[in-house]
Design a protein around this ligand. Structure first.
Ligand code: MN
Ligand code: MN
Length: 316
């Protein structure tokens, strides 16, 4: 099969056609596909604002202006990769554990086919079944988690599966290697003084947003690269790591975060890491009247696709 590429926008205008991510072909046939965009339209795990079920559609809508050559990483996606929009995984709105089963099984098919998934959330609860699927194929992976929140609380309202708990569950279930993982961008009010220490006690290395702002993005990149090393790594990007001035359409906004430029610069520093998958989560179109958050989410997913192409020497 010839490589799957974005539609030629010099031949068919960008605003024409049915929306797929970056105007890529929509197919569930992953033969020869290097990377697949996968929507996870689920938001029952949210403890506060809801609406992330509409995130994948909004991100696709915002993605139509993306162009295949990424000058920051010097990669041309149309030359180096075969990429498709796989569509959305099945979920059961209102029923988290049923949805977890469907998400893990659905993503498992993508992983079995050998494609690197770039998942579009969804609230952050979806990362746990994603990690379950990855674990079946790859074993324990490192986690590169960019978020204003650690999401390592034990439970909300007495329940273990929410968008505030996936990274405690992931350690308990043995899905990630916390000692080789980093959570970065943490900020904002907490329930208690020990909240972040609890994440450290699980094994995670934490980089606060204040540290990132004081020491800079290149320093942050270096800390993360040294910790991750050559491990297989999954990158989970919660859009609230970015300041609500740039990304207002998130579930739990915290002022004082990164700019969108800083966030993209950070991601571009990860070229050459051994990524087995990515997600960008917590995009809530109902709280995003100008579409600025979904536009950023589309660009984050684009940088993730570009990272899968870094180091691919041969073109088709
Ligand atoms: Mn989160
Ligand atoms: Mn968050």
């Amino acid at each position: 099969m010839s490589p799957l590429k974005p539609q030629d926008s010099q031949a068919v205008p960008r605003f024409c056609g049915i929306r797929t991510f970056m105007r890529l072909p929509h197919t569930t046939d992953l033969k020869g596909v290097d990377a697949a965009l996968v929507g996870v339209p689920f938001d029952t795990g949210s403890t506060f604002r809801v609406g992330a079920r509409f995130g994948p559609a909004a991100i696709r809508d915002a993605s139509i202006l993306l162009r295949p050559y990424n000058p920051s990483l010097d990669v041309d996606l149309s030359q180096l990769c075969s990429i498709c929009d796989y569509g959305d995984l099945d979920v059961v709105p209102g029923f988290t554990e049923d949805s977890y089963s469907l998400i893990a099984a659905g993503l498992g098919k993508v992983l079995d086919a050998g494609a690197v998934p770039v998942l579009l959330g969804g609230d952050h609860s979806v990362t746990l079944p994603e990690l379950r699927a990855l674990h079946r194929i790859h074993g324990k992976v490192a986690l590169l988690h960019l978020d204003a929140h650690s999401d390592t609380w034990d439970q909300y309202f007495g329940h273990p599966y929410t968008h505030g708990t996936p990274f405690r569950r992931a350690v308990e279930e043995g899905l990630v290697n916390p000692f080789g993982s980093v959570q970065a961008g943490l900020r904002g009010p907490l329930y208690g003084k020990n909240d972040l220490q609890e994440a450290r006690d699980l094994g995670y290395t934490l980089v606060t947003c204040r540290e990132m702002q004081e020491k800079g993005i290149p320093w942050t990149v270096q800390v993360i690269r040294e910790k991750i090393g050559t491990q297989k790594v999954f990158c989970s990007f919660d859009l609230d790591v970015v300041d609500p001035a740039y990304a207002p359409g998130t579930s739990v906004p915290e002022p004082g975060g990164l700019s969108s430029g800083e966030a993209l610069e950070l991601i571009r520093g990860f070229g050459g890491l051994n990524f087995v998958g990515f997600d960008v989560v917590e995009c809530l179109p109902p709280y995003d009247p100008t579409g600025i958050t979904s536009l950023l989410a589309a660009h984050v997913a684009y940088e993730f696709l570009s990272l899968t192409a870094v180091g691919r020497g041969e073109s088709f």
